[in-house]
Every structure is written in C-alpha cells, then in structure tokens.
Ligand binder design. Structure first.
Ligand code: ZN
Length: 139
C-alpha cells in the first residue's frame, strides 16, 4: 500500500501518524498474503521510521504432505524510509511524498516463514512408495 506522508514530512521531527493496513501483498515464491494491522510512522530528521504491527494470512503448501493450509503470522517490525532519494534498490525511500509498505511487508513475511513449512508439527507426510497422505490413512 502507498501511504501519503506529505503532511508528516512537513511537520517537526518526532511527529507521528498512524495508518490502518488492509491489503494483499505478493510474497516471492509463495501465494500472496492478506495483511491486516497498522503502521505507526514517526518523522525523523533524514527519514521516517515505520513501526509495523500486522497479521499476515496466507495459504501455504506443506513440504511433507503437500496439503494446502492457512497460516497466520503475527508480525511486529520496524523499517526506516530515507527522505533522501537513493539509487540503491536495497534502501527503502520515500518517493513523491509517498511511502510504499509492500516491499517491507513481503520481506518480513518471507524471512518469518520457516525453511520447512509443515501443516502441523506431527505431520506424517506421504508414504514413500504409494504417495498416500499418511495423515489420512494411519489411525
Ligand atoms: Zn503436512
């Protein structure tokens, strides 16, 4: 989501503004995530500090049994958006009085997911010979 920060930029250092977030964000190599929550912006001297407090919901496929399931990730994190334009794509910056929250959220969701995604801690996975889902077949 693009947040209009033109008013905040015109205010004194330490001024804040809060914005609700309710949007869908594309996550690299995953299904897109539904984001709900808020972001608190604080104007600093050369940047804007964004404190995110969100819940990300997305459909994942279990790495063991391949079944699809819904995951909810509560996430709290900070990002700094430079007020000085930068050519470095790694640097988050405010452009045209707007701050784009999508990249920061996509990054945070990606690093918050475990290397192996499982539908439940005791997922039994697939039978190596028949390919059956052992969660469904074993009592
Ligand atoms: Zn599973």
């Amino acid at each position: 989501m693009k947040v209009d920060v033109s008013k905040l930029i015109s205010k004194e250092v330490s001024a804040t503004s809060e914005h609700g977030l309710d949007e869908e964000v594309a996550i690299p190599d995953r299904n897109s995530a539904q984001i709900q929550g808020k972001v608190l912006l604080t104007r600093l001297d050369q940047s804007i500090l964004a404190k995110f407090d969100i819940t990300a919901s997305l459909n994942l496929n279990c790495d063991k049994c391949l079944e699809s399931f819904r995951e909810q990730l509560p996430l709290s994190f900070d990002r700094e958006y430079s007020l000085v334009p930068s050519d470095d794509p790694e640097v988050l910056a405010v452009g045209d009085g707007e701050l784009d929250t999508d990249l920061a959220i996509a990054q945070e969701v990606s690093i918050s997911l475990p290397l192996q995604v499982v539908c439940k801690p005791d997922c039994k996975g697939l039978d190596p010979t028949t390919g059956e889902n052992l969660n469904l077949t074993e009592a």
